[in-house]
Design a protein around this ligand. Structure first.
Ligand code: DX5
Ligand code: ZN
Length: 223
């Protein structure tokens, strides 16, 4: 992994030409972010298992699956079998996040935990310990839709988590999701996010590959 990575969010791609869009970012990126919404935890529906399975067949990118669903326990196996590499669930959506992390790892996958911007930051403090989780996802918009503006308070949250992860010697990947674009990418990366999810700023662009390249150059990564 480079010091900073983008995880372009497929949510803003043209689903009629989905592999064309995935291939356009493939020369520059290693990750692809896949937003799964169930119409319950968030007021929107998106893609699910069959789409991820098909993308897996045609792409070697690291598939970063973000579950915005109320009952993640029931779906980790299908999303693992579909070929996800990272499976991230919301701390708000499970009674036993520790067990869920361990179940995801038992399926041979990396486990991530996400937090809604309205949930107090301390809900994730137990996961700052070394080895507790593989990825921490700070939502910098209210989950549900692409194209929203970055919530400025997210920067303090990222910096707080960065400090705690470093103090504990944790190598969990700190990721940020929502409103990341040419104006905000530097702020989020300087605060300590290492995996920057960007949907509309990449796939909303007429040339997603060039858009990804430009975002990388703003954070000093040559691709
Ligand atoms: C929002 C999703 C995001 C979304 C980000 O609920 O989790 O991954 O695609 O889109 P942008 O980058 O447009 O804010
Ligand atoms: Zn997402």
């Amino acid at each position: 992994m480079r010091e900073y990575e983008l995880s372009p969010s497929l949510l803003s791609a043209d689903f009629g030409y989905v592999m064309r869009d995935v291939e356009s970012i493939t020369p520059y990126c290693s990750f692809l972010h896949l937003d799964v919404m169930d119409g319950h935890y968030v007021p929107n529906l998106t893609i699910g298992v069959p789409v991820i399975k098909s993308i897996r067949k045609h792409s070697d990118l690291i598939l970063d699956t973000h579950l915005m669903i109320t009952n993640p326990e029931e779906f980790i196996k299908p999303f693992a079998d579909a070929g996800s590499d990272y499976i991230t669930f919301h701390v708000e959506c499970t009674e036993d996040p520790v067990k869920l992390i361990s179940d995801i790892r038992s399926l041979g996958k990396k486990a991530g935990i996400a937090i809604h911007p309205d949930t107090p930051a301390d809900a994730l403090y137990p996961f700052m310990k070394k080895g507790a989780v593989d990825l921490i996802l700070v939502m910098s918009v209210r989950p549900g839709f692409g194209g929203q503006s970055y919530i400025p308070e997210s920067t303090v949250r990222i910096a707080d988590y960065r400090k705690r992860l470093d103090e504990n010697g944790s190598d969990a990947i700190l990721s940020v999701d929502g409103g990341i674009n040419i104006k905000t990418v530097k702020e989020a990366s300087e605060a300590g996010a290492r995996l920057l999810v960007a949907g509309s700023a990449v796939f909303g662009h007429e040339d997603p590959g060039q858009a990804a390249k430009e975002l990388y150059s703003l954070i000093g990564v040559e691709v």
